[in-house]
Design a protein around this ligand. Structure first.
Ligand SMILES: *[C@@H]1O[C@H](CO)[C@@H](O)[C@H](O)[C@H]1NC(C)=O
Ligand SMILES: *[C@@H]1O[C@H](CO)[C@@H](O)[C@H](O)[C@H]1NC(C)=O
Ligand SMILES: *[C@@H]1O[C@H](CO)[C@@H](O)[C@H](O)[C@H]1NC(C)=O
Ligand SMILES: *[C@@H]1O[C@H](CO)[C@@H](O)[C@H](O)[C@H]1NC(C)=O
Length: 287
């Protein structure tokens, strides 16, 4: 499992597809976009450090991470290790499907489909109006960090700031406090789990990956593989016993254009498309 060695995750079409929106940024002082935010003592003081498992920082912030010989701290990027007491991995119920992606709001409205958006705090700061629209439409809003950095490479103080600034930006934009987070690149271990838990966030990974993120870098990637994946998954008998959470992006118009093709595949196979909180039986996505 390799890091995606590019900045393509930094921006999402939730923001790009509406480039003409009138930008009124959130009021107040917020960290700069594009970099991990500075540690904030007010945020750090919220956390009991004695309850954070002391996983070492991953020194390789780009490219292949330094994977330890023994996976003491359940480091997903290296071993796909998950912990079932904290992590949300799939929808438990057969025929439930949690689509997690960004934007294509108009299309989703026409289908009355609700999905989960994990949002970048700096984008919320710069385009709160777009978040307000997604929220009002009934989509779930979760935390995807402030700067889309690989969290295991950052100090505990900076990880706290990455998450808490994003929580506060979402609160400032749509007046709810989110309960779900997705680690960028799926880069998380026990230290990240413990910080997230103390900030009231459930780490949410996925069990099926469209690999659509490859389309930006890999000239051999065929967009038809995305619908190909979904067609295979819905007809695979070994995937019938539980529901699923799939990872998808719409950073670029070309992968966004696949969303209207994917939704009918799921509906035709009798899957109910749900937000993540709904499919795991949590009545609310927010505190
Ligand atoms: C911490 O909180 C205090 C009191 O509310 C405030 O004056 C200060 O600016 C805050 N510091 C940061 C870095 O936000
Ligand atoms: C979590 O995993 C452990 C070990 O695999 C298993 O014994 C336990 O039943 C699981 N708990 C839940 C809630 O799935
Ligand atoms: C997506 O399409 C719109 C309109 O067709 C265009 O203005 C925009 O630049 C495109 N964005 C990307 C990331 O290709
Ligand atoms: C979906 O459900 C309908 C009604 O229960 C059933 O007739 C149909 O065969 C199902 N389709 C699939 C692909 O399972």
């Amino acid at each position: 499992m390799k890091y995606v060695n590019s900045s393509l995750f930094l921006f999402s079409a939730l923001w790009m597809l509406l480039p003409t929106s009138i930008i009124a940024v959130l009021p107040g002082t917020w960290p700069a976009a594009g970099n991990p935010p500075p540690a904030n003592a007010n945020y750090t003081s919220l956390i009991d450090r004695s309850k954070i498992r002391n996983a070492p920082l991953n020194q390789a912030t780009q490219g292949t991470p330094n994977c330890p010989a023994t996976d003491t701290y359940c480091y997903w990027t290296c071993t796909l290790c998950t912990r079932n007491d904290t992590d949300i991995i799939r929808c438990p119920k057969s025929l439930d499907w949690g689509l997690t992606l960004d934007d294509v709001l108009d299309y989703l409205d026409t289908q009355n489909v609700k999905v989960t958006f994990f949002v970048i705090g700096a984008n919320v700061y710069q385009n709160p109006d777009i978040l307000q629209r997604a929220f009002k439409a009934g989509h779930q809003i979760g935390v995807h960090t402030w700067s889309h950095t690989a969290l295991t490479s950052q100090s505990t103080e900076v990880v706290i700031a990455e998450l808490k600034y994003t929580i506060d930006a979402i609160k400032a934009a749509v007046n709810v406090t989110p309960k779900y987070m997705r680690p960028p690149f799926g880069d998380y271990d026990d230290r990240i789990r413990d910080i997230s838990t103390q900030l009231g966030l459930k780490p949410t990974i996925w069990d099926l990956d469209t690999n659509d993120w490859m389309s930006a870098d890999d000239p051999t990637f065929r967009l038809s593989w995305i619908t190909g994946n979904f067609n295979e998954w819905v007809s695979d008998p070994t995937l019938k016993s539980t529901g699923h959470i799939s990872l998808e992006h719409d950073l670029y118009n070309q992968t966004a254009a696949q969303i209207p093709l994917v939704v009918p595949i799921l509906l035709k196979a009798n899957y109910s498309i749900k937000t993540v909180h709904d499919c795991v039986g949590d009545p609310s996505a927010y505190v």
